[in-house]
Structures are given as C-alpha cells and as structure tokens.
Design a protein around this ligand. Structure first.
Ligand code: MN
Length: 447
C-alpha cells in the first residue's frame, strides 16, 4: 500500500494560483493524469493542476525530466496512458514526485518552470479531454451489499456475495469519456401486458460507480497475490454504468446483463493515482459477525487495515427544464466508497485468481456505490424503489427513469483532517433520444 510522503504535505502549494483554492479538485497534492489536446494538435498526456493542464510532452522536450522521470514522462506523452501504466507504479510515483517539485511555489525549480509556462501549461477550458487509456478489457463488479439487497427480488444478496466480489465481463469498445452524449438504446423487453416488444428502452438508468485502471499486468496463468495487488492498481476515475432496466430484467437470467449494459459506459477523464489517494485510505469495511470467514487468498492484513477508501461520491440530475431555468441540477445521491463490501485489491486479486491475465489500461468498475441511507442510493432503480415511487425534484418535476435530454453528473472528493482535499473533476453526460429504427441509413464508420 502506498505511503503518505512529501507530495501529500498539506503545507505544499503551487505557483499556479487556481490550484491553491480550497474548493479546487486539483491542488498540488492531487496531480491526476489524463489525455488531452487542443484542436489540431496530437493527443498527449497531461496533469491537472488548478484550472491548467501541465503538458508532459512539452515539459519533456523542455528538458525538465531525467532518468526514471524522463522515461515516465516520455511514456505519458503518447495518445494513451497505457505505456505509462505498463511501466508500473514506481515510475508513476517518481514522475509524481518530480511534478510536485516543478509545480510547488516554494521549490528551487519555480523560476525555471514558470519561465516556460507558455510552453508547458494549457488552459483546461481550451483543451478537449480524451479517454485516458486504450481499454482492452472492462469488468464490472457488484460490491455494495446495500445496492445488491435493494435490487434483489428475494431481499438478500446471492449466496456467493459474502465469499467473493461478484463481477461480469463488460464491453470495452463502448467506454466513452465524460461530455460525450449517450443515446438511449433500442432494446427488446417484455411490457407489463406480457407482450414482447422492441423499441426505445423505457427505464433508462445510471449507476454511480468508481472505476480503476490496471497498471502493470500479469502473465496468463499467473495469479496476483493480494499482498501484491496494490502494485497493479494504477489509479481511479468516476464511472457511469448506464443501465437499460427493462432489457436487463428480461435478458439477464441466467447469464447476467448483456445488451442492457454494453451500449455505453462513461468515465471521467482524469485518473487520480492510487498514490494521490494514500491519505484517504482506511480499514476495509468490517464484516458482520455471522459473515463467512475470508478465504486466505482474499485476505491480507495490510488490505484489511488500509484497503478501504474514504471517498465521497455524488450524483446530480439536471433536466432540460432546470437547464432553461439556469439551475445547476439536484443532488440525488450522496454516498461514500467506505460502504463497499470488497476492496479494490480484493476485486483485482479475485479477477486474476483463476490465472486470467490483466493488462495495462484494463478498466475495473466497483459496482454501484450505494450506502445504507436513503440519500446514498446510487441509481434510479433504488431511488424510485424499482420504478414504483417517482423521485421529486426541487423544481416540481418528477422522474421515475431518465427522460431524453436529462443530464447526469458525477463528482467525487476525498477529504480528511490534516490533509488537503482532492477531487476527481466531473463525469457529465446528456441522454440523447433513441435512434429511429430501422437504422440502415445510419451505419457508422468503423473505428
Ligand atoms: Mn454496475
């Protein structure tokens, strides 16, 4: 588990003023990585600092790195962060330490870097952010007992829930970055009168989740010990696991969700490194006295003591009418990752325990991050008791499921006494209407 070090020092501040505001998601203690460009420029890696992006390719060209940090910065200067992820966390950690030195207000390098500001800093508002990685595999877990219980027809989680983190193989090709609209899918479902139909999904939902990226991978046939799991977790992002509930209800027995999830998944563009989150680690959620004992391959003391994460997660809903009224939207969910039954290390270890090879840039989702209270229900299916109790919004509107034009915004923030709070930025998506069917004239170009 990564230790707290000088890069987390709450006394450290940046010569970039906007990074020092108390409400900034991107103070010098954060330094999340992403991929960006301005129109006409190549995609490349950058680091969020206040309202600016520190351009790693430009900084490398300007000679600000050497040795291990030069290798890391060069790997991060490509159109995806996969090469940096593949180098392993020690390289990312060395890069973080160097960036912290370059950007700190009272550091010896300040004058040198500030003189290069026009070359190495890009205004976030002028940049377009892309997917941070080429995602070869996407796996979604089900790690909240509260979500699992509320969604269960029997009122209890399935038997395996307390023994292993339940997951399924998702679809990597349709993972998109915040800001790209999602289209309501056309789906097959069984209507209340029993007829089976095909058309726009009637019960479109979101799921508030935490995503995380695999750094260094493992060779096929070679599992990852739980003691080593944190070395393979590069960093975290917000993840919206869009869910078509009528289709899910119809198709998911017995193999689980297929088309009800695969049409789109949205992630936030900034990857908050595991190291940046070190001050916000906490004990794994205690297991109930009557819960089965953890099997040894999912248990290690360090993970039990520090494998949890104290991270506030929020979902906002902004309807077209709210937009017209100039409102920012209603917060419909306020939850925390501390409620999760399984840790990221347990998810990763379980995933590779059968010998499955994980690769740099693979994306794992935690499952809906729902907590015990009503305001921590992290999808509409829970918030509306599976569509039976409409959600009342502050401007008088109601929602049972999402309507076309609705926007869903996720935010996350880690705070702790004695540490500088860090945030994840936004994961923001508008729901567009379903495509007219048949769609033969709409054949999209192959990617
Ligand atoms: Mn999910």
């Amino acid at each position: 588990m990564t230790a707290v070090n000088a890069t987390h020092d709450p006394a450290r501040w940046s010569w970039i003023d906007s990074a020092n505001h108390a409400d900034s998601d991107f103070p010098i203690q954060n330094l999340p990585l992403g991929v960006f460009h301005r129109p006409g420029e190549p995609l490349r890696g950058g680091v969020a600092i206040g309202d600016r992006i520190f351009d790693l390719a430009a900084a490398a060209q300007a000679g600000l790195f050497s040795g291990k940090t030069a290798k890391a910065a060069s790997a991060a200067s490509r159109p995806t962060l996969n090469p940096l992820m593949a180098l392993g966390n020690p390289h990312a950690s060395a890069l973080r330490a160097r960036l912290s030195e370059l950007l700190r207000g009272d550091g010896p390098e300040r004058r040198r870097v500030e003189a290069l500001a026009d070359r190495v800093l890009v205004r976030m508002g002028e940049a377009r952010l892309a997917l941070p990685a080429a995602i070869g595999g996407f796996t979604d877990f089900l790690c909240s007992s509260y979500h699992t219980t509320r969604m269960s027809l029997t009122g209890t989680p399935p038997p395996a829930f307390h023994h292993l983190p339940i997951g399924y193989n998702g679809r990597a090709s349709s993972v998109r970055v915040s800001g790209e609209p999602v289209q309501r899918p056309n789906v097959q479902y069984r209507a209340p009168d029993g007829t089976v139909r095909f058309g726009p999904e009637p019960a479109q939902d979101f799921e508030l989740e935490l995503g995380f990226f695999v750094g260094r991978g493992n060779v096929l046939g070679t599992p990852i010990a739980i003691e080593d799991a944190s070395e393979h977790i590069f960093g975290f992002c917000l993840l919206n696991d869009w869910s078509a509930r009528e289709l899910q209800r119809w198709e998911a027995q017995p193999l689980g969700p297929f088309l009800s999830k695969s049409f789109s998944t949205t992630i936030s563009p900034w990857v908050v490194t595991a190291e940046a989150l070190a001050p916000f680690r906490m004990a794994a959620r205690p297991r109930e006295p009557d819960a089965p004992a953890l099997l040894p391959h999912l248990h290690c003391q360090a993970d039990q003591s520090y494998g949890g994460l104290d991270l506030l997660l929020e979902a906002y809903l902004l309807t077209p009418r709210m937009r017209e009224m100039g409102l920012v939207g209603d917060r419909v969910t306020c939850s925390n990752f501390r409620h999760m039954y399984w840790t990221p290390a347990q998810m990763l270890t379980h995933h590779a325990s059968n010998g499955c090879n994980l690769r740099p840039g693979d994306l794992l989702g935690s499952g809906t991050v729902s907590g015990p209270t009503d305001d921590s229900r992290a999808c509409l299916a829970e918030l509306t008791s599976r569509g039976t109790e409409p959600l009342r919004l502050s401007n008088g509107e109601t929602r049972t499921w999402l309507l076309d034009g609705d926007e869903v915004v996720f935010r996350a923030r880690a705070t702790r006494e004695g540490s500088v709070a860090i945030g994840f930025g936004e994961c923001r998506v508008r729901l567009d209407p379903a495509a007219a069917w048949p769609a033969r004239h709409r054949v999209a170009a192959a990617e």
